[in-house]
Design a protein around this ligand. Sequence first.
Ligand code: CU
Length: 355
Amino acid sequence: MNGATKVGAYVLGLAAVFGGALGVGKVVGPIGDTAAETSHTATGDSHGADHATAGPAAPGGAGEVPGGLQVSAAGYTLVPGTDVVEPGETADFRFSVIGPDGRPVTRFTPQHEKRLHFIVVRRDLSGFQHLHPQEKGDGVWSVPLTLPEAGEYRAFADFAPEGASGMTLGMDLSAPGDYRPEPLAAPVRTATVDGYTVSLAGDLAPGRTSRLTLSVSKGGKPVTDLEPYLGAYGHLVALRDGDLAYLHVHPDGEPGDGRTAAGPGITFFTEVPSAGAYRLFLDFKHGGTVRTAEFTATAGGAVVPESGPAATDDPAPDKSPGKSSDKSSGESPAGEDSSESPSPEASHNPDDHTH
Ligand SMILES: [Cu+2]
């Protein structure tokens, strides 16, 4: 009838083709299709030396976009079958990566022994999961996914299409229901998981590479027989507080290279793009089990934001009447004391990094 209707019909037609090609229910247009051509050539294979983050600029350059912030970059788009998952239920979660030609990508260059790594975390940085979906054919990836509690989640696909640079695309997932965000833990040097203690040495520095060493011990004894997991003794993912920018972190050395010990220390080189607070997730394998140790670390003198709700006119926090009864994990009073609870075995003073 009029122009708008025509455009609408055209978009619908495109969507039908697109959705049909995908075999998934979600309808998404070819985002950034034209821009993709140019940026794709610009970032192409010739660059090769580094695992570039998704985005047109080299690490450290002006205008650099860290990985994970975009659902579409350099011509590649992440398309989920659904973006809603009921909390507490295991879903067969499916998605595809659509390439610059508008078709699902089926050829990937393995990185760390996998063609695609899938990271899921709630937006408050809790509930980290590192999963490895299977490709079911035609570029459709499938993974059993449980979002344990309600909230807004971020999912990251970390992959390298054959002939292109490695990239990380991110998408939002929702688990409907009441959601009470957990405050970001204060920076500490020691984390415990399943009877293991992991201590962190080194500091993040905005805009330049810093060396981090994470040392694993159990029962007070250094662990010197870490097991290779995905070709390394540890895998480290760093997410920026505030926007969940996803950072590639490269381990220094690998099992069997003649110089890399199987613990207790695992060394990484990482460059964070800005001052700020980051949550670090270390996956390591010992005794046949993969565990994740988590840390908050800051760069550039950043301070972890206050964990409580924003101030209101009522200055008396003690008599807040609406406290929910489901706070089973115990109240941690805001302020200095909260940093003590997560690390009873701390060998470093958790106050080292406060002023
Ligand atoms: Cu992985």
